[in-house]
Design a protein around this ligand. Sequence first.
Ligand code: ATP
Length: 472
Amino acid sequence: MPHTENVWVADDDRSIRWVLERTLQKAGIAARSFETADQVIAALRSEQPDALMTDIRMPGTDGLILLERMQREYPSIPVIIMTAHSDLESAVSAYQGGAFEYLPKPFDVNEALELVRRACKMRREREGEKAPDQVLELLGGRDIIGHAPAMQEVFRAIGRLSKSSITALITGESGTGKELVAKALHTHSPRSSKPFIALNTAAIPRELLESELFGHEKGAFTGAYAQRKGRFEQADGGALFLDEIGDMPAELQTRLLRVLAEGTFYRVGGHTPVKVDVRIIAATHQNLEELVHKGQFREDLFHRLNVIRIHNPPLRERREDIPLLLNHFLHRAAEELQVESKTLSSRVTEHLQTLPWPGNVRQLENTCRWLTVMASGREIVMDDLPAELLDSDPGKTEIPDNWEKALAQFADYKLNKGDMNLLTELNPIFERILLQAALKKTGGRKIEAADLLGWGRNTLTRKLKELEVEDV
Ligand SMILES: Nc1ncnc2c1ncn2[C@@H]1O[C@H](COP(=O)(O)OP(=O)(O)OP(=O)(O)O)[C@@H](O)[C@H]1O
């Protein structure tokens, strides 16, 4: 699983720290800087970087001693030695000390970046991939990326809750990673070996929701040919993630409240109480207090769910994470599509950092997939961006008129590269993009989405599986 690289810079020169930090961050690499080698030594006790860039002459311990220590204690972390005294002696000492590379000052930032990338690659090869602190690793799942203070707050909350099975409510706009956080809460809980069952309340037709949650007995209604366990029973011992809880119909709110209070319920059409032990993690993009105020959400249920609240900030409030996320999703899209990973020109990164991203991380993730398919070169430049991303006015959604041209260019590029079976590779991507757009439009309602696409309902269900599209 790719992760965001974490590189440390030690230099007593503030401007060098500033330039390197900025260059690395723009390239999607997390950077942390230190004024002295002693600060690095102290920080190493709690975490380690993927690579270290250090000056030689600094107040206190010098860079070569730090290098020696790194070699002894963390031999797999590559160290790049930087120095203004670019004489033979310091270069030789650096290499003898086991430095990965020697970088004389003044240096070209691109050269420095290239070196860092090579160092991180070597580290990965030496160590296998490891998650640094700004990536919360989910066992067998996906990483949560976030360097911004508000995301660190989310990570801390997950950490603090890791010994408990307390009910949690996750709030945040659509696409901010609420489900990801819910999974992380579960993965890092005492229940992690038990199931995590997710149910999107808004995506299930009202009349099916009750049996979806509580199951039904054979013959409970027309079509109930056999007894069926609901999500509550499936989640027994584990966690039930109730997404879009604000959309839960009133009568089910009452039933849910009863299960939470008593730990038992009846299957639809059933007379025997079923006992379960389920941790509830609920999520909503709505303001539940307001819904309570308007009488649309039960106040007692609200208080039961609102024991611990975790808020996922919208992407526009943590723009510093955008380069990290772009890097992460470009890698992942390349892996998914089995193509070479693309990079972004610094102008594109800067521009994308200024956009409002109303669809939050999900929109950014889809953009990375789109760019991986559509951009013609290895480096993504401004011309590659679709029209709607060139205009930062959130109200305006122009249709990109260049997609056919871009696709034609992309086809030329693939053919020139000697690729075969283009349609086999690209058709599913095309279908996946349209399917996701239709589901987004209908808020996850599949039958309506099938109509929008001109597919039958069964085709849509089959495609969801084949194309591995997650329910929105
Ligand atoms: N911090 C993050 N790091 C990495 N990936 C993220 C992050 N936040 C969101 N994602 C990705 O963005 C997509 C949307 O996330 P998720 O489904 O968890 O959002 P959500 O808030 O539950 O959305 P909705 O309210 O629409 O259901 C997922 O593919 C998820 O993996």
